[in-house]
Design a protein around this ligand. Structure first.
Ligand SMILES: [Zn+2]
Length: 435
């Protein structure tokens, strides 16, 4: 929120391939030009953090709208950013490591910081250079450049001399005067205009969501729609669009799509039906074939629009390369603590970890503070021992409202054998419906 408005204001960057194709259609090159593409080698981990902080400070100082976005001063924001960027640590095979250079991969702030640093480097490149560069378009670490062919070698040396850690690699256009950038293959035509086609890497497998897979129809249709939209938007010549649609028909067929899906998405009316203009309330449901569609039909009567999410994702099948955190140290859990001397259990939820919460319950028992813990109250009034080693995590959920709901579900499952003394929450009402 604080830094995002500073990114992408430069005319040298593009937001997506559609914006890039529009640019190509409106521009042409000169007779002595060639196209090259430059890539920064592992950008995120090569961003110098101190340079990033200076760039952000400079931009925020000049930003007159900062006080409308935040009560924090420029110095405070830079301090916070420094803390985020310099406190990256991770665990690998039981050892704790600190990252001592660059931004961490996967952190949401890294993309913004990397973009801001690249924009700064671009300003330096063009403030010092007298090279004959016609166009420079960049998407994060990938750049498409049109330049006078006599300047290529020196320009490449120049851009690699700006920051010691930021190194560009270069690719020249091929013999067909073609080069790829994002998912666009760009050709320099003899009349000096550009033409564009969809670019697929040689390793592309033509595998998409299979039509027979356990997914909602809307997801399957959107695969066809996205590919059709790309074919019509990216290809600049009618012949290329036809070829791309032919490929698309072939690829949908091998992924078991019946032909009617493509004919449906070709008509615009389908688009309108999928995304009603009036933005109704939205509900996100896990997808279970047959059941989810029925629920969606009922909700539709009340103007509630249903979005499905798959129950199982690839990330849940393939293990993360990170070390697992032990269950009692995970934050945001619903947990159970049983009594040692009777059938009763305590069901609770916490945004902290189970280990922290158990410590708090134990302290309440030791210091005779029944007002602080229902477990302490039970152990005092019934003279029962609490089975601390039996404490376990029932569900993991970082979102507060969803956690309260899960707590109510688990409390309900105990059939009244709980030590909980809270008033039934509104989530209890849902549980009754779900029975
Ligand atoms: Zn008991």
């Amino acid at each position: 929120m604080l830094l995002q408005p500073l990114v992408g204001v430069s005319p040298l960057s593009v937001r997506n391939s559609y914006e890039f194709v529009d640019f190509l259609n409106e521009n042409s090159c000169r007779h002595n030009d060639v196209m090259i593409s430059c890539d920064v080698t592992s950008l995120f981990t090569k961003v110098p953090v101190d340079l990033a902080l200076n760039v952000v400070r400079e931009l925020l100082t000049k930003d007159s709208s900062l006080n409308e976005r935040s009560l924090l001063s420029c110095d405070e924001i830079v301090q916070l950013l420094e803390f985020c960027l310099k406190s990256t640590s991770f665990v690998f095979r039981g050892e704790i490591y600190a990252q001592n250079f660059g931004c961490s991969m996967g952190s949401p702030i890294s993309t913004i910081v990397a973009n801001l640093v690249m924009e700064h480097i671009e300003r330096v490149i063009f403030s010092q250079s007298s090279f004959d560069v016609l166009f420079w378009k960049r998407f994060v670490d990938d750049t498409w450049i049109v330049i006078n062919k006599d300047d290529v070698r020196n320009f490449f040396a120049h851009i690699n001399n700006i920051e010691p850690s930021i190194k560009f690699t270069m690719e020249m256009e091929n013999d067909l005067q073609t080069i790829s950038f994002l998912d666009v293959s760009i050709r320099r035509e003899n009349d000096r205009t550009f033409s564009s086609q969809v670019h697929r890497k040689p390793t592309h497998t033509d595998r998409y969501l299979d039509f027979h897979s356990h997914h909602p129809m809307t997801h399957k249709r959107s695969v066809a729609r996205a590919l059709y939209h790309r074919a019509t938007r990216i290809c600049s010549r009618p012949h290329d669009t036809q070829e791309e649609v032919k490929w698309l028909e072939h690829v949908l067929r091998i992924n078991n799509f019946p032909p009617f899906v493509l004919s449906q998405v070709k008509t615009k009316s389908t688009l309108m039906r999928q995304f009603p203009e009036k933005q109704a309330s939205k509900l996100i449901l896990p997808y279970i074939r047959g059941c989810s569609e029925r629920i969606a039909r009922i909700l539709k009567q009340f103007d509630i629009f249903t979005v499905y999410k798959p129950v199982k994702k690839l990330s849940s099948v393939f293990r993360l390369p990170k070390d697992p955190i032990s269950e009692e140290l995970v934050s945001g859990v619903v947990y159970k603590i049983p009594c040692n001397d009777c059938e009763q259990v305590y069901i609770g939820q916490t945004g902290n970890s189970l280990a922290t919460r158990v410590k708090q319950h134990k302290a309440a028992c030791v210091h005779f503070q029944p007002q602080k813990s229902a477990l302490a109250e039970h152990s005092l009034t019934a003279s029962h021992q609490i089975n601390w080693s039996g404490a376990c995590v029932l569900s993991r959920e970082t979102r507060w409202r969803q956690r309260l709901f899960l707590e109510a579900v688990h409390t309900n499952l105990q059939e009244g054998l709980t030590l909980n003394r809270c008033e039934p929450s509104s989530a209890d009402q849902y549980c009754n419906y779900l029975r």
